[in-house]
Design a protein around this ligand. Structure first.
Ligand SMILES: [Zn+2]
Length: 298
């Protein structure tokens, strides 16, 4: 076959010569993929009534005569990571994160249902999906459902957070001993990464994750916006939203974790120092960084 891509949407054209000839005889474009042909027929053959209800940014009836589809999807694309439920004409439903809309196709990431220690959360996965509008009956934004209530946890949770301190000011508006609060978000249809205050459960996690190498930076780049490790207290609603990250709607930076405490913690866990050394070796850093870090505490 000479033409390998649909000339309308650029998707791979999976058609036999016979199918292309049939299309040509039936006045369909043989160089369009089946989905584009379906979309065009859907637009052409529609003669239903104008959809009157549900025309806001949370819900959208899909029909060729509904001009609201564009603004509904644009609102979703403009706000990162909005979870959306697609109801298909065949009755199926699917939760996705739409990221692009073109030529009557909705492009979306799949939904990664992450099961944390306390709760479960939604987040986009790496699956690239594409849905022709003609298959969709209704789209509904579900990130901000109001009918769930996230209850406060019984106990505060102590954690850790590393942040740069510039001219005596902690980043992101945090102040020592002052509780930061953001609106509580309902569970479980929210991507908490976008809206909650984050911290880690274990001391070593902010030291050596998120592309951060706290120990090496302290030794090799002490002048560049130094990261300080803080102890945190989470109250209100908190949950695990990634392997290493927790989020809370009420977070207090309670104290600085001293270098001596970091050193004592690591010395009691030699496997953690070993992990750092292996990482430094792989990245051509000096392997005596740990010893040099210990000197800083003296
Ligand atoms: Zn196509």
């Amino acid at each position: 076959m000479l033409i390998k891509k649909c000339i309308h949407c650029n998707a791979t054209l999976k058609k036999t010569w016979q199918e292309m000839i049939n299309d040509a005889f039936s006045r369909r474009n043989p160089f369009f993929c089946q989905e584009c042909i379906n979309n065009i027929a859907w637009r052409k053959n529609h003669n239903g009534p104008l959809p009157a209800q549900h025309q806001n940014n949370l819900i959208c009836d899909v029909s060729p005569v509904n001009p609201h589809i564009n603004s509904f999807l644009k609102n979703i694309m403009d706000n990162e990571d909005l979870l959306c439920e697609i109801q298909f004409r065949n009755g199926a439903k699917r939760l996705v994160f739409p990221y692009f809309f073109e030529k009557d196709f909705v492009y979306a990431y799949g939904d990664r249902w992450f099961k944390g220690a306390v709760d479960t959360v939604h987040a986009p996965n790496s699956e690239h999906l594409r849905f022709p509008l003609c298959d969709i009956k209704k789209m509904e934004q579900v990130s901000i459902y109001q009918d769930y209530y996230a209850s406060d946890r019984d106990e505060p949770m102590i954690g850790f957070k590393a942040m740069p301190v510039v001219d005596g000011k902690i980043a992101d508006g945090y102040e020592l001993g002052v509780m930061m609060e953001v609106p509580k978000q309902s569970d479980p249809r929210t991507d908490y990464k976008a809206c909650y205050l984050h911290y880690c459960e274990k001391l070593e996690e902010p030291i050596f994750h998120w592309d951060r190498d706290y120990i090496a930076d302290a030794v090799l780049h002490p002048d560049i916006s130094p990261q300080i490790l803080f102890r945190t207290k989470a109250e209100g609603h908190y949950l695990q939203d990634d392997d290493y990250a927790w989020g809370s709607n009420k977070l207090t930076i309670t104290e600085v974790v001293s270098r001596q405490e970091i050193i004592d913690y690591y010395e009691q866990r030699p496997e953690l120092i070993e992990e750092l050394r292996n990482y430094w070796k792989k990245n051509n850093n000096p392997v005596d960084l740990w010893e040099r870090y210990k000197q800083l505490a003296v």
